[in-house]
Design a protein around this ligand. Sequence first.
Ligand code: PEP
Ligand code: MG
Length: 325
Amino acid sequence: KRRELEELRNLPAVTLDGVEVALKANIGLVSDIPIALTNGAEGVGLYRTEFPYMTRSAFPTRSEQFTLYRKVLEGFAPHTVTIRTLDIGGDKTLPYFPMAQEDNPFMGWRSIRVSLEREDIFRVQLAGILMASPYGEARIMFPMVSSIGEIWQIRKILDEVREELEREGQPIAPGISFGIMVELPAAVQTAHILINEVDFFSIGTNDLIQYTMAADRNNPKVRKYYDPYQPAVLHSIKRVVDVALAAGKPVSVCGEMAADPVMAVLLLGMGIRELSLSAPSIPVVKQAIRSVKAGTAREMADHALSLVSAGAIRTYLAEAQSSLG
Ligand code: PEP
Ligand code: MG
């Protein structure tokens, strides 16, 4: 079985009827690079940059970030690396950056909200990313966007950082793709508005499930509510995919859901052609994609979306999976 999976590494993730799916890795630390490559990742769909911040004892400087991002970009060239800006707060804290106690940290001061309020920290990171951009294929992505105003603010800051670097004479890659994570119900509901402001969407199902179902992703007490099979979750994803495809823009899924082979097939059936997942799960997901026709996946997704409960969807997909073999 292990041998089989190893042989899969160099085979493409393509359905029986020839539809290609890009399987990319979620990474956090430089030590994830070889793991991603060993598992056949075609680039990085989610680089969680908070991890290098978390393992330090002070905010990384511009040049430290440049060096780090350059290493990651070079490690995956010619494939793209989607660098997500700092996503702290919620359950992730930095030892050197005290944050006030909050009653509801996941609904509090986290992620892009921190970056937009602490522009000093944000600008250093953006500069590090832009300076590294000539060394590979960088895409830049912003977490936890809830409305168009944040995108405007981000763009303004990013433009200013770019202009500053250009004045310094720093080379920057042209046309770096600019995307957002769709992981809040507010972003799902306004996807048709937000899509006009960005180059791509990446659906973060970990937070999307949490916020859609109002169930803390880390609280075992509400585990049964935190359910990717809920129609509320699946219809949200479908809506975002439809909006992006209608606009002719790339849309991927980068939450844990993408690592479940059945879910991966369901996402394929919804129109997703790019998944980003923890690298060790790439081979099993690839195997699932290689054993199905895109048309069949499409029918599965249509049927699943017509069902009214998570239980019915789970049962149906389990049956569909066993009939696929
Ligand atoms: C997500 O929310 O689905 C996601 C991929 O980001 P994170 O798990 O880092 O919040
Ligand atoms: Mg998230």
